[in-house]
Ligand binder design. Sequence first.
Ligand SMILES: CSC[C@H]1O[C@H](OP(=O)(O)O)[C@H](O)[C@@H]1O
Ligand SMILES: Nc1ncnc2[nH]cnc12
Length: 244
Amino acid sequence: MRKPVHLEAGPGDIAPLAVAVGDPGRADRLASSLLEDARLVSSARGLRVYTGSFNGSEVTIATHGIGGPSAAIVFEELRMLGAEVMVRLGTSGGLSKDLRLGDVVVAAGAGCYWGAGGSIQYAGERPICLPASPDPLLTSRIYRGLYTRLGGRVVLAPVLSSDAFYAETPEAAGRWSSLGMAAVEMELHTLFSLSWIRGFRSAGVLIVSDLLHTGGFERIDPGELAGREVEVGKALLEVLTGEV
Ligand SMILES: CSC[C@H]1O[C@H](OP(=O)(O)O)[C@H](O)[C@@H]1O
Ligand SMILES: Nc1ncnc2[nH]cnc12
């Protein structure tokens, strides 16, 4: 197996259980609010990675940056350093009219534009469609655990991983929604595809931070999002480190 060339962490710095986030500020918040004895094990390129403990279990909280290609490098290197389970805790734009700001989407799968996110380059010379599905048992456990802990504001549905945040339009959002996807984000197609290629378990949990179906790109208040990240992060870590 190759050695990491981006993360500065070494052997023993990464826990088997990793929560991955796009925003380094979210990694800071989750580590300081939820982990005991958190230590910063990498900050190369501003992608801060912490390892500490939650409920007596060792956990890594890692930043993967924005977009599939950046995220793929971090997922690959976390795997090289010993991660066996990776759960992305991200934000997303709501496509389904049933979603409100702050709701949570647990990803049942991820679509993408053909060739997006760097994933296609893993598919070989005559590209095939990679299976972009999370670990089904882990996903079911997370969905049930979050539904109970977050008072039901949780849906289980496929999402779209886009490569172009500012190219999204209400029309595109309507089309994606009509194809069955509840929310749009940017890295889960890459995470799910890689999980089967590299042999780790994955799942995706997304807080709805903006609504695309309203046409106005309505966005959550930053303070409310920060609080919701910690609330959802705590519930997620309880599920991931608990029994069953
Ligand atoms: C809001 S900019 C796009 C950025 O946000 C989403 O996830 P995260 O909040 O974890 O960064 C999306 O997937 C992109 O990474
Ligand atoms: N509209 C959106 N598109 C992609 N990623 C997002 N993350 C939060 N909102 C998003």
